[in-house]
Design a protein. Structure first.
Length: 139
């Protein structure tokens, strides 16, 4: 079995940002020369996420509005976690909702997606360096 591991680095310009990372993962898959297997994509920070969905700007705006309703950033005093001096409790909650990682089947050297599926990095406490793990395993 072959294994390829790479790390994607992000430093977003805002607290909240959704980035389509599908082309980056496809590039790593091509370099791996793996034809059949699995691809794990994992956000390595507790205030960011990796998920699969549609790359449509209206949906992305809806995600932002929906997540802000469920876990609003302000007032920061509403969260016990922020009593520690942090101001990112909402980002931890948003990550819990949107998920930590995705696993995608690899078939015939391609990510085996359904219609419209794309991989996204979701940043909820940005403006600092963060990593995403891409691990591809197979033959």
């Amino acid at each position: 079995m072959k294994v390829k591991t790479e790390y994607l680095l992000f430093n977003t310009s805002s607290r909240f940002q959704l980035i389509n990372i599908t082309p980056l993962v496809e590039k790593i898959l091509k370099e791996s020369e793996i034809k059949e297997g699995l691809c794990l994509v994992n956000a390595m920070h507790i205030s960011s996420s990796v998920f699969i969905n549609d790359d449509e700007i209206g949906l992305h705006k809806d995600f932002h509005k929906w997540l802000e309703k469920l876990a609003p950033h302000e007032p920061i005093t509403q969260y016990s976690h922020n009593d520690t001096g942090e101001e990112n409790a909402d980002a931890h909650l948003k990550r819990q909702i949107m998920g930590r990682e995705v696993v995608i089947a690899i078939t015939n050297s391609k990510l085996d997606f359904g219609p419209w599926e794309q991989i996204f990095y979701g940043e909820f406490d940005g403006m600092r360096k963060k990593r995403v793990l891409v691990k591809i395993m197979g033959e």
